[in-house]
Structures are given as structure tokens and as C-alpha cells.
Design a protein around this ligand. Structure first.
Ligand SMILES: [Zn+2]
Ligand SMILES: [Zn+2]
Length: 302
């Protein structure tokens, strides 16, 4: 619903000087898979970029995967094979650990606007992306929070999209929507696919270990100690020698960073309004798997 509102105060003008235009070239920014109203959302009214942008679709050369999706989810749509996938912070708030939680790695000789926009348009110079886990979103899988039912799209279909506990329709998530629009099997990728890494921000790793809030003084101390030594967060997460991290902070932090770097951390998917969460401990991850299997068994008896 769109409403109008009186406003008195500053507005920011994004006009391009001299050019007097408001050109934002070449890409559809922000979360294209946002659960309901992203361009591919189930309530957007569109099933493809072509439908949404019609003859103007020729101007779209890239889309931002956003927090709700990662490259493999987008690879399922052949329509996107010719579209470059980019990722940016999708910060939502000003907290430092929200900045750079997603990113695009470019590679070109000189950092100029021209080179940047060319890379986004043509893909030349676009190297890889850093992604957060789409499983962390509140509507990744399907289910009912109150009934304790969390299903993958496949399981939902097996249950005819009906909750086996309360017999009402399941709340369907983004993965289900992907499945609905998919024109390629999962696990397959287009020739145009670029590498990517899924990373959990450093501050979230630290706070999972200290079991205290992301903004606590204790955590900042550990965080800055690492930044001081290795320059920036990406360098800590991706490149810094694990042994040096160990000696600067401790074994556990080094271990979490190493597993994050090696893509070894699993995620419990969010569903029906509940955020997903990282399973840092193998034990934790095994227990969740056991519980999922057990609930699967008891549900199959319905
Ligand atoms: Zn967003
Ligand atoms: Zn239910």
C-alpha cells in the first residue's frame, strides 16, 4: 500500500553533475529474491525479469543477489545465464559487522567508474562474489513455526503444501519459489557461473565463541586486535595465516575462521519468520540433523 506524507527538511540529490541525469546504469540493485516483493518474490506479480521490465530488460546486465539468495539459487534460472550476479553489503543498518557482509571482487588495471560499470555490464573484470548464507533468512525453507514443522521444498510437496500438524497451508519460503521458477536442475551451473564464497562476518564468529552480544566490549577487543594485525576483516577471514591468528587471539577463534574460510560451517535454515542460524559445533550440527531426521520419521507416520 502506498501512502503520501507531508515532509519538510533536507532531501539528498543524487543528480550527476554536468550531466544532469540520475542514471544508475546497467543493473537491478537490491535483493531480487526478497521473500514476497523482490522482483522474483512470490507476490511481486512477476516470474521473470522480462515480465517485470518488458522491452527495457535489455538494459539490465546484472542483478544483486541480496541476502536472500546466493549464486547457486540464481543458476537455477536459465534466464539469468546472461546476467552478471553481483553482491553488496545489503547492510540494512549501520553496524560495522553489517558492512561488507556481501561483496563483489573486481579485477581491473585502474579503479575508474568506467572500468567498474564495464565490468558490471560485460562481466570482464568481475571476478567473484562473497555471500552471506541465504539459509539465515527468516523465510528460506517452508513450514510452521508454532507447529515445529520445517520443510525443504521437496518435503513440502510430499505433504501437498499442508502442515501435517495443524492441517493448514504451509508458509512457503524463498527456496520453494526458486524451485517453482527453476529451469535447471539443482547442482548444475551455467558456463557463465563465477566462483563465490559464503562467509560469516568476523564479529559474528567472535560473538558465537564468547557467547556474548555482537556489540560487547569484550568482542570489540578481540576484533580490533585481529584488524590491527591483518589490516581488514576480509584479510582476517580469507588470507591471514591460521597460526598467526591463533597466537594473536586463541585456538577456538582460529578454528572458526579456518572452517569459515574452508566453507565448513553449516546453517540451520530459517522458516516461517524464524531466522536461520549457523551451526558452529559439529556436535550441534549432528544433533540438528538427528532431530530433523527424527521429526521426519514421526511426520511420515501421519
Ligand atoms: Zn536487503
Ligand atoms: Zn501447522
Amino acid at each position: 500500500k502506498i501512502e503520501s506524507k507531508d515532509y519538510k527538511g533536507k532531501v539528498f540529490n543524487l543528480e550527476v553533475e554536468d550531466d544532469n541525469s540520475y542514471i544508475s546504469e546497467a543493473l537491478a540493485v537490491h535483493n531480487c529474491w526478497t521473500p514476497w516483493f523482490g522482483v522474483f518474490g512470490s507476490k511481486s506479480g512477476f516470474d521473470s525479469l522480462k515480465e517485470a521490465f518488458q522491452d527495457q530488460v535489455k538494459h539490465i546486465h546484472a542483478i544483486e543477489t541480496g541476502l536472500s539468495s546466493d549464486p547457486p539459487m540464481n543458476w537455477r534460472l536459465k534466464e539469468l545465464d546472461s546476467i552478471n550476479l553481483v553482491s553488496f553489503s545489503d547492510a540494512h543498518s549501520f553496524w560495522p559487522w553489517r558492512i561488507g557482509r556481501e561483496a563483489t571482487v573486481f579485477e581491473f588495471k585502474e579503479l575508474t567508474y568506467d572500468n567498474l560499470i564495464k565490468a558490471i555490464r560485460t562481466g570482464n573484470g568481475l571476478k567473484e562474489t562473497v555471500e552471506f548464507f541465504p539459509e539465515g533468512g527468516k523465510y528460506h525453507f517452508d513450514g510452521h513455526r508454532n507447529c515445529g514443522v520445517c520443510f525443504s521444498p521437496e518435503e513440502s510437496k510430499k505433504h501437498n503444501l499442508i502442515c501435517p500438524v495443524c492441517k493448514k497451508p504451509l508458509t512457503l519460503g524463498v527456496e520453494f519459489r526458486v524451485e517453482q521458477l527453476a529451469t535447471r536442475h539443482p547442482g548444475k551451473k551455467p558456463d557463465s557461473a563465477r566462483p563465490f564464497k559464503s562467509l560469516i562476518p568476523l564479529m559474528e564468529l567472535i560473538s558465537a565463541i564468547t557467547k556474548s552480544s555482537v556489540s560487547s566490549q569484550k568482542n570489540w577487543k578481540i576484533f580490533y586486535e585481529l584488524i590491527k594485525n591483518f589490516g581488514n576483516e576480509f584479510n582476517v577471514l580469507l588470507n591471514a595465516p591460521i597460526d598467526s591468528i591463533k597466537s594473536i587471539s586463541n585456538d577456538k577463534i582460529a578454528d572458526y575462521i579456518e572452517r569459515n574460510r574452508n566453507q565448513k560451517i553449516k546453517f540451520k535454515p530459517g522458516f516461517d519468520g524464524e531466522y536461520g542460524k549457523p551451526l558452529f559445533e559439529d556436535k550441534e550440527s549432528q544433533e540438528t540433523q538427528k532431530r530433523l531426521n527424527a521429526s521426519q520419521k514421526s511426520l511420515n507416520e501421519f
